[in-house]
Write a new protein. Structure first.
Length: 150
């Protein structure tokens, strides 16, 4: 039941996020939205990573559930970078807007790797999860290095 709820919630979130950019009445709304989606993605991706690294016991169901949620969340925040949302309480670097193509490419690569993590998690094989997790983590690091202020 929880997995079904998580899947339905994730799919609903993705569908609702498609017109998200048009929904931000103020730049602050976009910033809050993307912070929340990054926080949720990071929390669930971190749970998968803890299993992949052996910091917590491997649980195939929990890995698959968390990977699915991280995948769904990975698609949400990209719409929340409209013009004008570079000011205020944000760690977004100006490069996001100056080199939007590079930012989009980084987002696409991360989402492709998150698909692989989700697929690997569904196999119920820890080694497959470890193999998929590393490259996905590298795409996260790439964005942090290039597009996020510390």
């Amino acid at each position: 039941m929880k997995k079904h709820f998580a899947l339905v919630s994730g799919l609903l979130s993705v569908l609702l996020a498609l017109p998200a950019a048009a929904q931000f009445a103020k730049p602050e709304d976009a910033i809050k939205y993307r912070k929340a989606s990054f926080t949720l993605m990071g929390a669930h991706f971190g749970r998968v990573g803890a299993m992949a690294a052996g910091r917590v016991p491997y649980d195939a169901k929990a890995a698959a559930d968390n990977a699915d949620i991280a995948l769904a969340m990975s698609k949400l925040h990209w719409a929340a970078f409209p013009e004008g949302s570079d000011k205020g309480e944000t760690r977004a670097k100006p490069e996001i807007w100056k080199d939007a193509a590079k930012f989009k490419d980084a987002a696409d690569k991360m989402q492709a790797e998150m698909v692989k993590v989700s697929a690997a998690a569904k196999l119920g094989n820890l080694d497959a999860l470890k193999t998929a997790f590393g490259p996905a983590g590298a795409t996260c690091k790439n964005c942090h290095d290039n597009f996020r202020k510390e």
